[in-house]
Write a protein that binds this ligand. Structure first.
Ligand SMILES: NC(=O)C1=CN([C@@H]2O[C@H](COP(=O)(O)OP(=O)(O)OC[C@H]3O[C@@H](n4cnc5c(N)ncnc54)[C@H](OP(=O)(O)O)[C@@H]3O)[C@@H](O)[C@H]2O)C=CC1
Ligand SMILES: Nc1nc(=O)c2c([nH]1)NC[C@@H]1CN(c3ccc(C(=O)N[C@@H](CCC(=O)O)C(=O)O)cc3)C=[N+]21
Ligand SMILES: [Mg+2]
Length: 290
């Protein structure tokens, strides 16, 4: 028996086609959804993601504005840029690429983004809404993971299952746990201080790995028949002297015993970008009343 390989690229393409139709409809009504992406410094990984975002945005008809600021940009200058975009009615979504240089407070920058333009869903107003189960802009990566889980399990198929989230970051782990709870899973969150993380993970019907450690999750962490979602994006060196992407899950070891599993690349990553663009359209609708 080999696992279902969850094709995130294909699911993302379906979502992007829907987004493209929504954008076309809005543009006929005179609304051109626009996303501003701000990148501070020249982190090579961030550079790839920002390029992917801008390309996908343009492919679905979303106007994209890209601001590349030098690594020595002051926090005040970045906040000024954010405030200018907050006040620009032609811009519907604002994303500040993380991580930021150490001299800039990520929290301060996130709180400066107008909540209705916060397409990452990181602002405390959106975090609060998510936690309360109220309508909000939901973080793109966890939302993408939920959509992938529903493609395997169906709309109501998550109810009552035990989900284990590995990682508790504000951008992935915590919002992931909130969404799983809302879908009526029982949720365990495992982190660096957890006692016997592997034993907790072995109890999971659904496991979501968001750690940032290449292939940390081996076969002995996974219950046979579990569904495994790998959020990790790690760049490792190959014996040939090149680099390649690998997840937090040891795919060759885990795939034979899982019911379904996402690959890296081609799993969660494409869903994040599709979700970001879907959030941009949602924000544009809310801001324009269309
Ligand atoms: N596919 C996509 O679209 C995206 C992928 N990513 C990727 O997902 C991964 C996680 O990202 P992010 O959440 O931002 O990472 P963070 O570094 O912010 O968080 C990592 C989490 O993993 C926990 N952790 C670290 N080591 C262990 C361990 N040995 N056992 C159990 N838990 C551990 C940490 O625990 P503690 O809190 O105790 O320190 C922390 O909560 C990265 O590879 C990142 O590149 C991120 C965003 C989007
Ligand atoms: N404010 C903010 N919001 C984010 O959503 C955010 C961020 N900062 N900082 C960095 C992480 C990481 N992230 C990814 C986006 C797309 C892919 C992606 O497209 N992955 C593809 C291809 C990757 C490749 O080939 O390099 C895949 O996995 O198949 C991956 C990772 C968003 N993040
Ligand atoms: Mg910082």
């Amino acid at each position: 028996m080999s696992a279902i390989r969850i094709d995130g690229k294909a699911v993302a393409d379906t979502l992007l086609a829907e987004v493209g139709q929504d954008v076309a409809g809005l543009r006929q009504q005179g609304v051109h959804p626009a996303l501003a992406v701000i990148l501070v410094g020249d982190d090579p990984a961030s550079d790839v993601y920002v390029r992917n975002k801008v390309q996908r945005a343009e492919a679905v008809g979303i106007r994209s504005l890209e601001y590349r600021l030098p690594a020595n940009t002051s926090e005040a200058a970045l906040l000024e840029r954010v405030q200018a975009l907050n006040g620009d009615a032609s811009v519907h979504g604002i994303l500040v690429q993380m991580p930021l240089p150490a001299h800039i407070s990520e929290a301060s920058v996130i709180q400066a983004i107008a909540p209705h333009k916060d397409v990452d869903g990181f602002h405390r107003e959106n975090v609060g809404s998510l936690s309360l189960g109220q309508e909000s802009l939901v973080p793109c990566t966890p939302a993408g993971c939920m959509r992938l889980l529903r493609t395997v399990l169906g709309e109501d198929g998550l109810k009552g299952l035990h989900a284990v989230v590995v990682g508790r970051s504000n951008i992935v782990g915590k919002p992931m746990a909130a969404l799983l709870l809302q879908a009526d899973c029982s949720v365990t969150v495992v982190h660096s201080r957890s006692r016997d993380a592997a034993a907790l993970c072995r109890q999971a019907d659904i496991m979501v790995a968001a750690v940032g450690r290449p292939a940390m999750i081996g076969a002995d962490w996974v219950k046979p028949g579990a569904i495994v979602i790998d959020v990790g994006i790690n760049r490792i060196a190959t014996p040939e002297g090149k680099t390649r992407l690998i997840g937090d899950v040891d795919y060759p070891a885990v795939a034979p015993l899982a019911h379904a599993i996402t690959p890296v690349p081609g799993g969660v990553g494409p869903m994040t970008i599709a979700g970001l663009l879907a959030n941009t359209v949602k924000a544009a609708r809310q801001q324009t009343g269309h």
